[in-house]
Design a protein around this ligand. Structure first.
Ligand SMILES: Cc1cc2nc3c(=O)[nH]c(=O)nc-3n(C[C@H](O)[C@H](O)[C@H](O)COP(=O)(O)O)c2cc1C
Ligand code: SF4
Ligand code: FES
Length: 607
């Protein structure tokens, strides 16, 4: 009889246990479950995957039933039930990468390794997965090799990486042109002004550049309500997507509540086409942490969490180091700078789910559950994290706050356009000569952005469409690009400014294919709670698939329109609206593209 090989016991090493114990200190004792996702990530690193045994072990550590852990593991894409290859390749196939040839990259990897997506090579060296946007769209096409980003990929670069995956980080071709952030030298830069500094974690360099002056001023001279009032007067609106006044939101915090108050920084950055918060955290973590400290003071929070997207390993490390430096310098912790105010900031890592960017999905996820959005009211400012009043702000929103405090509300309000003040990070990807992130005053015309800032289209190509605010926004016709890039103007144009992600599409690709990719994304990412969203996103993808593959009729186009019209404004969160908006816009403005597919019984364009 063959001797049974005993599998090693599932028990954390001393080092992992020490990390687990530190994790537990980040959350209130009666909310230990909040440590679940970071603990599962720790366990995955320790044991190679999250098997049933690992689930039972983690459940035991946190006093949960295994089924509670199972349901969480199944919700998030970064958990592996079986060990992936030694080098796990994730190739992004979302819109910006698709426009820049990601399918060629996937096909090439498959050919070279003799595997298909979701498979592993026989020797266990490589595994391949196609994934949604990795927040690196200006340097598309993009692949991650374990935690390392490989950008501007070519098939040659892929060959070099597969030959020597240990050096993946050095073997792709960095293209500095993609990082251009300044258009005119006289432009005001706020959140990117310290980019490319030699040591982003250094407090000395940050203070040399004027950093922490706002935090000191707030603690020494200002009452919480005064801080909120200045931010309100500045006209700063949230940069995460909804464009809501930051100061007004802070003023909604339920001051009478006896529960602890919280700030949660939304660093989940999953909207396809968006790649600003990752760079903000990697390039200048102190600026948004200073903003987060000021916000916490204004809303009476003594604990803040930075919820960072699971894939952003480098950003997680840099932000943690910056928090440690601030704590060591007495800028965080107890009795900060002798003011009597206490504040701790913790990094909390996600595990792969776009819906956790929605603010109440984020709170559920932070509490160690599936990231399913909550019905509102109550709004988080009244009942949020751990039942306490909570403010959720985007990284870029908070990064603007220190300068507003130091230079004043009027200074900030003088930049941009009335009611949409300040600068904004616009991340431009797709078919322009100079994709990248640019910090520009709100209200710059889209035409100027495409043709002057980003160097226009590729030679010989015509503009076909623009997606001006992330995958969730309504598409614009080439004739509509004189619109100013601010929240109100884009809303008036039937679209939205969203996350500032501008995707430019020329006439080399099939617009229907791009739309289908977007609707498949929403179908995958719907959390499934609401019928119009769960069923509607699937229907939209299926009808578009049918039309794209030559089996559609004109009645199918009307069907898609009516499905989309029945998805908006009636669900728990606006992911359903986000799926409907591009569909509605394409049918209203680009109907001939869909009809041509019906008439030609398939795609009339050759690629
Ligand atoms: C499906 C969905 C995904 C979202 N993803 C993000 C995100 O990744 N980052 C973000 O800051 N806001 C995201 N939001 C917006 C947040 O719900 C929220 O409005 C924002 O974090 C508030 O911060 P702000 O006021 O500073 O913009 C998302 C919203 C939805 C509906
Ligand atoms: S709209 Fe979609 S994503 Fe949002 S809660 Fe409902 S099912 Fe979930
Ligand atoms: S990184 Fe591929 S679409 Fe964003």
């Amino acid at each position: 009889m063959p001797t049974a090989v005993a599998s090693p016991p599932v028990v954390f090493s001393e080092a992992a246990l020490a990390k687990f114990r530190v994790l537990l200190t980040h959350y209130p004792e009666k909310h230990r479950r909040a440590a679940l996702i970071p603990t599962l990530r720790l366990a995955q690193r320790e044991f190679g995957c999250v098997s049933n045994e690992v689930i039972e072990y983690v459940a035991g550590l946190l006093g949960l039933a295994p089924v509670q852990v199972h349901e969480v593991v199944g919700f998030y894409t970064l958990f592996h039930r079986e060990p992936p290859g030694k080098y796990h390749l994730q190739v992004c196939t979302n819109v910006s990468c698709m426009l820049n040839g990601s399918q060629k990259i996937v096909d090439h990897v498959c050919r070279r390794l003799g595997i298909r997506p979701d498979q592993k090579t026989a020797d266990g060296k490589f595994s391949l997965e196609t994934v949604e946007c990795l927040a690196s769209c200006g340097t598309a096409p993009v692949m991650m090799v374990n935690d390392t980003y490989c950008e501007n990929l070519t098939t040659d670069a892929v060959d070099r990486i597969l030959d020597d995956p240990e050096r993946a980080g050095e073997l792709w071709i960095p293209n500095e042109a993609n990082y251009i952030r300044r258009w005119k030298t006289e432009d005001t830069l706020i959140v990117t002004r310290r980019f490319n500094n030699p040591d982003p974690v250094s407090l000395a360099l940050y203070e040399r550049d004027g950093g922490n002056a706002a935090w000191r001023k707030v603690l020494e001279e200002m009452k919480p309500d005064e801080v909120t009032e200045v931010v309100k007067q500045s006209g700063l609106v949230g940069r995460g997507g909804a464009g809501f006044s930051a100061g007004l939101k802070w003023s909604f915090i339920d001051r009478k509540s006896k529960e602890p108050h919280y700030l949660t920084v939304n660093a989940d950055e999953g909207e396809p086409g968006t790649f600003k918060d990752r760079y903000l955290m990697e390039q200048d973590p102190h600026m948004f942490l200073e903003g987060a400290s000021i916000c916490s003071y204004a809303i009476g929070a003594h604990t803040a969490y930075v919820y960072i997207r699971g894939e952003f390993g480098k950003a997680q490390e840099i932000v943690q180091k910056a928090i440690d430096a601030r704590t060591a310098a007495g800028l965080l912790g107890k009795n900060i700078l002798g003011s009597g105010f206490d504040l701790d900031i913790h990094v909390h890592t996600g595990a792969g789910a776009y819906i956790c960017g929605e603010e109440t999905g984020l709170l559920e996820s932070l509490e160690g559950k599936r990231g399913q959005p909550r019905s509102k009211p109550p709004f988080p400012a009244v009942i949020g994290l751990f039942q306490g009043p909570t403010i959720i702000n985007n990284v870029e929103t908070l990064a603007n706050v220190p300068d507003i405090i130091v230079k004043g509300a009027a200074w900030f309000a003088s930049i941009g356009v009335p009611k949409n003040t300040g600068t904004r990070m616009l991340t431009v990807s797709g078919h322009v000569m100079k994709p990248g992130y640019y910090e520009l005053p709100l209200g710059i015309p889209l035409r100027t952005l495409i043709y002057d800032v980003c160097g226009g289209l590729r030679p010989g190509r015509q503009l076909a469409a623009v997606i001006p605010g992330g995958a969730s926004s309504g598409w614009l016709l080439p004739s509509e690009i004189d619109v100013p890039m601010d929240f109100n103007s884009l809303r008036a144009a039937g679209s939205m400014a969203g996350s500032g992600a501008v995707m430019v599409i020329d006439d080399s690709v099939c617009l229907l294919k791009v739309l289908l990719r977007i609707e498949e994304f929403f179908q995958d990412e719907s959390c499934g709670q609401c019928t119009p969203c769960r069923e509607g996103t699937g229907w939209l993808a299926r009808v578009l698939h049918k039309i794209e593959h030559g089996e559609g009729t004109k009645a199918d186009i009307d069907l898609a329109f009516s499905i989309a019209n029945n998805m908006a404004g009636i669900t728990i969160c606006v992911l359903s609206d986000a799926a409907a908006m591009p569909m509605q816009a394409v049918i209203k403005k680009f109907r001939p593209v869909l009809e041509a597919h019906v008439e030609h019984r398939g795609c009339p364009q050759t690629h």
